[in-house]
Design a protein around this ligand. Structure first.
Ligand code: ADP
Length: 406
């Protein structure tokens, strides 16, 4: 069975085609800058080198059309007929409180997704366009929606509510949702496999540390808290996002600075100009921060220390609310690749039974592995995330369930 995973952004379509028997990707790529003169198409298959070229695509439908044509291409294609694709899995950033698990696309589901537009206006309309484009190009093939927020829907109300007047929850659905759920779900399942125990016998903390970062507290396979909130701005300090700040600062900036009179300018400041970039004045990229720190740049050192400290605070808190932890997982760009960041996060956590092994942590590898000392009560793991594979697995599962019901 083959599953096509698509991820539609406002001006991009990324895709990955999986052969599910082996769970191997057979073709993947992206079209970026849709609707702009600099639009390009980059793709690769298991049997061919990467190709990149300028293309003219004005909308998502044209982008999906181009991708399907390429997949069917007699010379370089990966399928002979579109019926080889059993299901298309769409990555959806925000499912609000309407979607707590992956769903098969129906007319009703599409209507409900439209209700989520206001909650994630940058992402959801693009996802919706992508769903329509796929339906147009592949009318006979079912689609499944897999939500970044869904894995976190098990949080109890006292964890997801904000202490604002209750009507904002009722009317505006203002609550914590959490993000990167597909990644937290994938790495927690892999952690259970590495620990050789069923997931429902484990307490885990998963740290997805990329440009955007979030931490999740997972009790017996269910998220009980996570660091991102109503939007991905909340939580730990990130590449360009400030993470947790005193909310009164927002009111102060609105009052003091005329240029921040509208919410979107302020949101831009907190999402794009803060975090590592804002503190260091250099960049939001961890590699640049580490390099500048090594060269003695004091603000880069401060940025690194603030970011790793904020992660450590969440890990310590989640250790407490989980009442003990079996495994701590590092994943995504920083989590998988930055030994100094992992070391700083785990430093002085031995009281919690979190003890990193410096040599194992320093090893260069792209494989799943343990990096704690042998006797560490909490096993520390690096697990490369694979959100696309998780979406493919979810899509296959939903398709099989739906087929059995029909
Ligand atoms: P995104 O959230 O955009 O998916 P990624 O998961 O790709 O981000 O993570 C990007 C972050 O990972 C950047 O801060 C980058 O500097 C960092 N990173 C990637 N490789 C390394 C490395 N070898 N050492 C340190 N940081 C790294």
């Amino acid at each position: 069975m083959k599953v096509l995973v698509v991820n539609c952004g406002s001006s991009s379509v990324k895709y990955m085609l999986f052969e599910m028997d082996s769970e191997k990707k057979v073709a993947w790529g992206l079209i970026e800058c849709i609707g702009l003169p600099q639009a390009f198409y980059k793709r690769q298959t298991i049997n061919a080198e990467e190709k990149k070229e300028a293309v003219k695509v004005i909308n998502h439908t044209e982008a999906v059309e181009l991708i399907i044509k390429e997949l069917l291409d007699k010379k370089v294609g990966s399928i002979v007929g579109i019926e080889e694709i059993a299901v298309v899995g769409h990555r959806i950033v925000h499912g609000g409180d309407r979607f707590s698990k992956s769903v098969l696309v129906t007319e009703e589901v599409k209507e409900d997704l439209k209700d989520c537009f206001s909650i994630a206006p940058l992402h959801t309309p693009a996802h919706y366009d992508g769903i329509l484009a796929v339906e147009k190009m592949l009318p006979a093939i079912p689609s499944v929606l897999v939500f970044d927020t869904a894995f976190h829907q098990t949080m109890p109300d006292y964890a997801y509510m904000y202490a604002l007047p209750y009507e904002f929850y009722e009317k505006n659905h203002i609550r914590k949702y959490g993000f990167h759920g597909t990644s937290h779900n994938y790495v927690s399942q892999r952690a259970a496999a590495m620990l050789g125990k069923p997931i429902d016998e484990l307490n885990l903390i998963t740290a997805h540390l990329g440009n955007g970062s979030s931490i999740a507290a997972i009790e017996k396979g269910k998220v009980i808290d996570t660091s991102m909130g109503f939007t991905p701005l909340q939580g730990v300090m990130m590449g360009t996002r400030c993470g947790d700040i005193d909310p009164a600062i927002v009111a102060y900036l609105l009052d003091e600075y005329p240029q921040y009179k509208d919410g979107s300018t302020l949101s831009d400041l907190m999402n794009k100009k803060s975090g590592l970039a804002g503190i260091s004045g250099i960049a939001g990229d961890m590699r640049a921060i580490i390099q500048a720190s090594d060269e003695g740049n004091k603000r880069a050192v401060l940025a690194f220390e603030m970011l790793t400290y904020s992660i450590k605070k969440y890990i310590s808190t989640y250790y407490g609310i989980l009442n003990g932890v079996d495994g701590l997982v590092f994943t995504a760009g920083i989590g998988e690749n930055s030994a100094p960041a992992r070391e700083a996060v785990c430093k002085n956590l031995s009281a919690l039974g979190i003890e990193i092994d410096a040599a194992r942590n320093g090893e260069c590898s792209s494989k799943e592995r343990f990096i704690s000392v042998k006797d560490s009560k909490v096993k520390i793991m690096i697990i490369p995330t694979n959100e696309e594979l998780m979406i493919a697995r979810e899509s296959r599962k939903v398709l099989i369930q739906a087929t059995n019901v029909l």
